[in-house]
Design a protein around this ligand. Structure first.
Ligand SMILES: C[S@@+](CC[C@H](N)C(=O)[O-])C[C@H]1O[C@@H](n2cnc3c(N)ncnc32)[C@H](O)[C@@H]1O
Length: 271
């Protein structure tokens, strides 16, 4: 099932608003681009490590609102642990893929800044690789509103940390020269945001190191699924992916990459 509230908060957000700056408009355009790369996203993104979900327990029987669920990568892992998951996303095409993977999934087209859920309904609200997309002025209070007293909020990101390997330096030099991506965004202090939110407390941060084994083709699909890559005009987008292919094939001549990753998880409790 893919339900959409009749008064669409997403449509509201997409309309020109007085506070919409050029920078913010750019963000909105990039948000929309996930639907444009739904196939690449579905095929190219890695799963999250099980140890990370261990840190999120207890999940069994809990009502989990999963924001920016995309094609359902994290959704399926949460379901496997017995959570009752309601995934939501502003992208209808990515959500349809999640439903294709898990028929009957109660997926909802919704914006994390204006949620169509009742006050106090959820045990946990979480965002896998997607919290940064939600309007920073609305996401905290909206998340707190839909949680029951003592309900939990969690966000996580998996990122490559192959620092010091020459191919990784070349790859990031290329990305920074050609796109808006910046390597130092990995160091963003989510803990400070939680403490400043005024609605969440007792934050914990954990990090799970792991090795991603992926073919060069898989890496390139992941590359193509990135919003800031998808947003490039042709032929710049194609040239970038070709250059990434050159760098990765040279570094991994047998076509299999082993890349150090870290998954960073933050959990906090509703005040
Ligand atoms: C990087 S993807 C992560 C997808 C999935 N959680 C995963 O781990 O593979 C970010 C997702 O956030 C969604 N998104 C962007 N802005 C959003 C918003 N304001 N509210 C809800 N979802 C949003 C995008 O459509 C996209 O599917």
């Amino acid at each position: 099932m893919l339900s959409r509230p009749t008064s669409s908060p997403h449509r509201e957000q997409m309309a020109p608003e007085p506070w919409t700056t050029p920078e913010r408009r750019g963000t909105i355009e990039r948000m929309v681009s996930f639907d444009a790369v739904a196939d690449e996203y579905d095929a190219g993104r890695p799963d999250y490590p099980e140890a990370m979900f261990d840190a999120l327990e207890p999940l069994g029987g809990r009502l989990v609102l999963e924001g920016g669920a995309g094609t359902g990568n994290a959704t399926r892992a949460l379901l496997a642990r017995g959570a009752r998951v309601v995934p939501f996303d502003i992208g209808q095409k990515v959500l349809r893929k999640a439903v294709d993977h898990t028929p009957g999934l109660p997926a909802v087209a919704a914006d994390g800044g204006v949620l169509p859920f009742a006050d106090g309904c959820a045990d946990l609200i979480c965002y896998a690789q997607s919290w940064h997309w939600v309007d920073a002025r609305r996401r905290w209070t909206e998340s707190a509103r839909v949680l029951r007293p003592d309900g939990r909020w969690a966000v996580w990101w998996s990122l490559p940390y192959a620092d010091g390997e020459p191919w990784f330096t070349d790859y990031w030099t290329l990305l920074e020269a050609s796109t808006i991506a910046r390597l130092d965004e990995r160091d963003y202090d989510t803990g400070a945001d939680i403490r400043g939110s005024g609605v969440f407390t007792n934050e914990t941060h954990s990090m799970v190191p792991w090795i991603r084994e992926v073919t060069v083709e898989g890496w390139l699909l992941h590359e193509a699924s990135k919003s800031y890559v998808a947003a490039l005009p042709e032929p710049d987008r194609r040239s970038l992916v070709e250059e990434v292919e050159r760098i990765t094939r040279e570094a991994f001549p047998d076509g299999t990459m082993r890349v150090a990753y870290q998954t960073h998880l933050w959990i906090a409790t509703k005040i």
